[in-house]
Ligand binder design. Sequence first.
Ligand code: HEC
Length: 140
Amino acid sequence: MLTPDGKLIFALAALAVVAACAPETREPDVSAAEGERLYFQKCAACHGNDGTGAGVASLGLGGPPPDLTTLAARNDDTFPETFVMSVIDGFNRRDHPSSAMPEFGNEDLGPIVQVEEDGVSTPIPSDLIALSAYLESIQR
Ligand code: HEC
């Protein structure tokens, strides 16, 4: 193709081929809507569809998991974002009789996103941000 733009078209086509051959990559999606989708996929069985802890899988846990809609209320009306993300990741565990909360940090939690806070940049997997955003949206 020898149009004036021929070289550019060739370069774009070559890029498309490279992209098609590369291992599947996900675009980071940190929206609460994505968090909701992940929640129903991975969390609702234990924490319940409404987050209050009455999921079917919680029946055998020796007590329901904590109510995820009162995280802010139980923390001086501030949503404990870092705590929430670390619990999901598996870094932070409370003394629960069952300690049944799985460690999702072993799974693929999506592409790493750099989050700026107070001038400090922290690498966080996008699924953790999305899940946290969704949980924040269901606080009472
Ligand atoms: C197998 C059941 C189970 C699944 C699945 C599960 N959890 Fe949990 N979760 C628990 C239990 C039990 C606790 C309480 C014990 C603990 O904190 O380790 C808990 C605690 C938590 C807490 C801390 C709440 C508090 O007030 O201390 C958060 C936040 C949480 N889970 C979020 C999630 C999210 C988000 C998912 C999905 C990615 C999820 N959980 C999946 C059982 C589960």
